[in-house]
Structure formats: C-alpha cells, structure tokens
Write a new protein. Structure first.
Ligand code: PLP
Length: 410
C-alpha cells in the first residue's frame, strides 16, 4: 500500500474507491504482495528446490487458493473441507498435504480416498492406518520435538504440553508400530508454532529431525512446517528468510549426503505469505469521549477480526480518509457486545465519524476466523489483482444467517 496524491492505494486502486464499490467492512488483499513474499522465500533457498505448501487455514478463499496454484505451489490442509476447497481451486490431490489434529480415523480414510498426502499426528491413528493400509498407502508422520518455539503458548505447538504431533520420546514405540505394520513412511514433519524468530530455532528442530530420519529408510521429504514471523508493527523483528535459507540449506545438504539420497525440503507458510497482503477496512461509526480515552467505535468487531482479542495481537491501524490530519490518540473498539478492542492508545490522523480505517496484517487468520456472533454478517473480500479490484466473496445477507435454522411450530 502506498500514499499517492493524498490517497492510499494498492496497485493504483484507491482504498476509498474499494469501500465505495463494495461498502464496509471489507477485507482487501494485495495479490502482488503474496507473490513477492512467495518469491522471497523461494529465493532464500536459491538452487535447492524447496516445496511450498501454503497453509490454507490462514486465508481459505478459493480465489486466493487459485492464486497459490497459479504460482506453482502446493497446499497444506487441516480438514476434509479445506481439501475440498483446494480441489475446487484446481490443486491435484497429490499436491495437498492433509495435516489434521485429533480427528477420527474416518476422516483419515476420507483423505486417503481423495488421494491426499496423509500426515499422521498420533500413534493410535498410525496403528489403525497400518492395520488398514499396510504399505499400500504411504504417509508422513508429524513429530513433536518438545522445543518451546513461537510467540507464546497459545501459538506454540511443539512444546511438551502441546497436543500436536508424536513425541520424539516415543520414537522407539513409533518405530515398532511402523515396522510391525509395514507402514511406508515417506515424510517426517514438524510444525512447532507461529512466530518463531530466528534461524537457530529452525536449525535445532532440523537437527532433531535429521537424527530421527536415519531410522526411516524410505523418506522422500522432510517438512519443516512454518513459524515464519512477519512484522506487525514498525521495528518488529521478522524472520530473516535469507539467513534461514543459507544455514538450513547447508545443514540439509550435509544431512542428505549422510542419508545417501537427496530428499525434498518442504515448508508450510501461512502467515508469511498472506498476512501483510491483507487490509481490513472498517468505518468509524462514532467518536465517544469518556473520562479515560477517546473511543472510535467501528462497524466491525471480534466477529470479523479475532486476533487482537484472542492473542493480544497488535495490528497497526490507520486512518485512510484523512492522511494529512493532525495526529491524536484513540482507542479503537468494535460494535460487538463484548470488550472487543482492536487497539488502545493509538496515534491516528484525526478520526471523524464516517472515516475509513485500515487494520493492517489482516490477511492471515482474519476472515478465516470470522464468525456471525451478534448475528452480524461476515464481511466481503476483495482481491487486487493486476491493478483491478475483484470481489472474491460477497458480504453475507440475512438469508445466510437463517439458512440452516429450523423454525418449529410452538
Ligand atoms: C497453521 C499451520 C501452519 C501455518 O502457520 P503460520 O504461522 O500461519 O505460517 C503450517 N502448518 C501447520 C500444520 C499448521 O497447522
């Protein structure tokens, strides 16, 4: 996004024009930004061919998935429905990695029938998988390295209390299950959480994976998951993917030599690809001065963007309607009957009732976590692609809210 002639624009499309055309609140995604993020990740590993599986849950719109497909990458899904969405977007089943957590074996079987690559995250399911498929269907195994990584315990998934993955300490048991059932393990996987800062943590995880890998002779790939950190506010440290590319790339080459074969290196970024590409545009409904602060009440809330309330996530907020206005301090809150604050004590160019605010980093876990709480409609989504604004999801209507309700006679 850039400020040009006193108006904020993406690829030459004015954000205020997007609101004029599609109304507010509206999610806006910059396709170019997604593509440059993808490119920088690929460049970081230069000549090593990495496979990228976009974590669909970050932003699951089919047009976004189509963009990923167009860029030649695969996709990581956590439910059968996400897999179906990916198929609709044109992905082939073999390019879809199915990484569910705590699902029943029925759902795993469905994944097998669809032809997905199956990633198994507990021994009970692995046993059932072995009994049913033996070596007829290859699979990947999700391990838990017990490394505390990521911003906090809510988004860290690899620590000792985490429900994700098969504990690295269960390796002997895991190997027995694999051997007795003749299971063909073609991939090892770790995803230790969101917002892992530096290459060193990845390297630590990698060393653990490499150690385990020697016990699995049929591997085709090692999946390092995600955890790439993006900047949410000015001055935030972000994952240096080039640093990671150099260090992890080298370690991987050394490992492959001792393993005796070249394996594929997989990653599953969600946030890294789509977070910064997204802007959530909301309208200031009311300016409300209290003894404590000046509130800006907007036409949205935790129903549309949950991260500030759920994770205490910091999202930068700016006034799109008044770029030159005097800066004043505000607290930006939603219209939901809960304490749904988007941000406290933020400096914004003077906000007037009716102004449009942009909440940044809204591409990842924004719309995909939205709900109908307070019987509000979920917002529209727009993708700016090749200099043009495309509606990629219509705003909901009353019909959507009533759709599955069964009204009985009383
Ligand atoms: C959520 C998830 C990701 C993506 O994480 P980000 O922090 O958005 O990059 C990757 N892999 C798995 C298995 C996930 O559940």
């Amino acid at each position: 996004m850039e400020l040009k002639n006193n108006s904020y624009q993406i690829q030459g499309v004015k954000l205020l024009d997007v609101v004029k055309e599609f109304d507010s609140p509206v999610y806006v995604y910059d396709a170019d930004k997604i593509i440059t993020q993808l490119q920088s990740l690929k460049n970081a590993f230069s000549d090593r061919k990495i496979r990228i599986k976009y974590a669909a849950k970050a932003l699951t719109n089919i047009s976004i998935l189509k963009l990923m497909k167009q860029q030649g990458i695969g996709v990581d899904v956590v439910s059968i429905q996400e897999a179906q969405m990916a198929l609709k977007a044109g992905f082939k089943p073999q390019d879809i990695l199915f990484t569910p957590n705590c699902v029943s074996f029925d759902e795993i079987q469905e994944g097998v029938e669809m032809g997905l690559v199956i990633n198994i995250d507990n021994i009970s399911i692995l046993e059932q998988f072995g009994h049913k498929y033996h070596n007829k269907v290859p699979c990947c195994v999700r391990l838990n390295p017990h490394i505390m990584a990521g911003g906090n315990t809510k988004i860290s998934t690899g620590h000792v209390d985490s429900k994700f993955g098969i504990s690295i300490y269960q390796l002997p048991h895991l190997l027995r299950v694999v051997k007795t059932n003749n299971i063909e393990v073609v991939g090892l996987h770790m995803h230790t959480g969101s917002d892992i800062l530096d290459a060193e943590i990845f390297l630590k995880i990698a060393e653990i994976l490499f150690g385990v890998a020697r016990d699995f002779p049929n591997l085709q790939f090692i999946d390092f998951g995600s955890g790439f950190k993006v900047g949410y506010k000015q001055g935030d440290i972000t994952t240096n993917v080039y640093d990671l590319g150099v260090k992890l790339g080298k370690a991987f080459d050394t490992f492959c030599e001792s393993y005796g074969r070249k394996l594929e290196m997989w990653f599953e970024p969600g946030k890294y690809l789509v977070s910064e590409a997204g802007y959530f545009l909301v309208r200031s409904n009311v300016i409300k001065t209290t003894p404590a602060t000046v509130f800006v009440g907007v036409d949205s809330g935790m129903n549309h963007l949950m991260r500030p309330m759920m994770y205490d996530a910091y999202h930068e907020i700016m006034n799109v309607s008044n770029p030159k206005g005097t800066q004043r301090v505000y607290s930006i809150v939603g219209y939901i009957c809960e304490t749904d604050s988007f941000g406290w004590d933020r400096k914004l160019n003077e906000v007037r009732e009716g102004d449009i605010l942009a909440i940044k980093n809204a591409g990842a876990y924004g719309f995909s976590m939205a709900s109908n709480y307070n019987s509000r409609f979920r917002p529209a989504e727009v993708m700016i692609y090749k200099g043009k604004a495309h509606l990629i999801r219509e705003r909901e209507t009353m019909d959507d809210l009533l759709k599955n309700q069964v009204v009985i006679d009383l």
